[in-house]
Ligand binder design. Structure first.
Ligand code: ADQ
Length: 475
């Protein structure tokens, strides 16, 4: 099998600077666990930012860190604080992220951010060019690196194998066209042999943007571009099902389960878990829960919402405003409906270790996963996979990529607060037989389309796309 060079904004490590030196530990985010089946650290390479600003490292520290990372197959791209602010917090998270999630009112169009984005993509290109060998497969990930495939194609020529996967939605052309650098972005992606999305809708949106901006149209997902063929397709990302299905057997999860049960008492549990992000629809979800308590007084003191929100992009103003709004709403609901013995919402603003999260998935009667927009959403899949005995109801936003694969969930429009409140009532009164029947079907599908399927299918399609390319070159 060809050597794999993964390129992502972050390396799957966290680096902490302490008095006694640098501490490097694995930080297996979603992508690292997603690629675990096909990433071989002894031979493959991972190019990314190590997560610490270059200014915080002395020359000696930087060299020693680089040596330690290279031994794990990790090739660091060092970024200055200013680059992180402009390329990552700036163009990636204040321009591309809001556009992709249909929040154009939050999108900032600032040339200096765009230039930083281009410069940093160029820096990534240089590191990849240093690392890559003939015959390697390069797999670039996500919205922070959309110019990279084009830059690599320019440097490496038609022979290089380049795949790109976008983890967030690709918006409809009417939204995407507002981006002043829309053509450069599309052309950047067209440097790849295969451009992958979570859903067909995203792929279609991309194809339409290509057609409207460049005039190139596709033939069943294939575009001829500058003498090459670019393939576009959907690859819905899955999860490691056994990790969640087997979690309740682990002693540390059992321990957590005992604690959670003791702390929540006999109430039924509605679970809400996500990064604190405006795309996740958290205020609307809270409004729905409030309406549910108002309309169905019989559930008061009998149902608790556990809301876990992971701090995210706290330097970006829109996230700071959201944090204030969520804090206020929660205290209003708790003040209005709470009693001495019951708090309607238990709110945790932090990341949780796996055992604690797994325990919550296990305990929850209902998961309320209602993003306003989400590329895929893995939380809903993790919840369903955790339900070994088949009990538990998923309420899922139709705007999440995952909705296409999980139609047995109670699907809701996340802007429709009344519908979500009614779905909570329906979920809490659903028969166990109905719950089991729905979960069985969803679990089968999660097993079939798990994370290994995602990675291996993408890489196989990339190989096929190269085959088409080679055939074209021989003509
Ligand atoms: P995210 O927007 O981060 O991902 P999601 O897909 O739900 O959203 O992934 C979140 C991950 O973080 C899950 O694996 C979850 O277990 C974990 N997590 C959430 N809350 C946590 C907590 N409190 N403590 C610890 N872990 C927590 C982006 C896109 C998605 C897309 C993924 C993958 O926005 O649409 O599904 O990438 O492509």
């Amino acid at each position: 099998m060809a050597r794999l060079v993964v390129v992502a904004n972050r390396l799957p490590v966290s680096v902490i600077k302490r008095k006694d030196g640098l501490r490097v530990s694995s930080s297996p985010g979603g992508l690292a666990s997603g690629l675990s089946a096909c990433f071989r650290p002894e031979s493959d390479r991972w190019v990314g930012w190590p997560g610490i600003a270059a200014e915080r490292l002395s020359m000696a520290e930087r060299e020693s860190l680089e040596g330690r990372l290279r031994r794990r197959g990790h090739c660091p791209v060092f970024l200055s604080q200013e680059e992180v602010e402009r390329y990552y917090l700036g163009f990636s998270n204040r321009t591309l992220w809001p556009l992709a999630h249909y929040f154009p009112q939050y999108a900032v169009y600032d040339r200096s951010l765009w230039e930083a984005y281009r410069r940093v993509n160029q820096r990534f290109a240089e590191t990849v060019v240093e690392v890559v060998e003939p015959g390697d497969t390069i797999w670039v990930h996500d919205y922070q690196l959309m110019l990279l495939p084009g830059m690599l194609r320019q440097r490496l020529g038609t022979d290089a194998t380049i795949g790109f996967f976008l983890h967030i939605p690709f918006p409809s052309f009417e939204v995407f066209r507002t981006l002043p650098w829309r053509r450069e972005m599309v052309e950047g992606l067209m440097g790849a042999d295969l451009v992958g999305f979570h859903t067909y809708d995203d792929a279609l949106h991309f194809l339409e943007s290509v057609r409207r901006l460049t005039g190139a149209s596709d033939n069943v997902g294939r575009i001829t571009w500058e003498g090459r063929v670019v393939t576009v397709d959907a690859f819905p990302m899955g999860i490691d099902v056994d990790r969640y299905a087997g979690a309740s057997q682990l002693p540390e999860v059992e321990e957590q389960l005992r604690r959670v049960r003791q702390q929540l008492g006999a109430t039924r549990v509605v679970l809400s878990v996500d990064r604190l992000d405006y795309s996740k629809g958290i205020p609307q979800r809270l409004e729905a829960f409030e309406l549910f308590l108002e309309r169905h007084p019989q559930y008061r003191e009998r149902v608790t919402m556990v809301m876990v929100a992971v701090p995210s992009r706290t330097e970006v103003p829109a996230y700071q405003a959201l944090k204030r709004e969520v804090d206020e709403r929660i205290s209003r609901i708790n003040g209005r409906y709470g009693t001495l013995g019951w708090m309607p919402i238990r709110y945790l603003y932090r990341s949780l270790p796996f055992a604690a999260l797994a325990a919550l998935y296990h305990v929850a009667d209902v998961a309320l996963v209602t993003p306003l927009r989400d590329g895929m959403n893995l939380v809903c899949k993790e919840f369903v996979a955790s339900k070994r005995d088949g009990r538990g109801v998923l309420i899922l936003s139709e705007m999440a990529g995952a909705a296409k694969q999980l139609p047995e969930a109670l699907l809701v429009n996340p802007h429709n607060v009344e519908q979500m409140a009614a779905a909570l009532d329906e979920a809490l009164s659903m028969s166990e037989d109905d719950q089991r029947a729905r979960n069985r079907l969803m679990q089968q599908r999660l097993r079939q389309y798990d994370v290994d399927w995602w990675a291996t299918t993408f890489l196989r399609r990339l190989e096929e796309a190269r085959g088409v390319q080679r055939a074209l070159a021989q003509k």
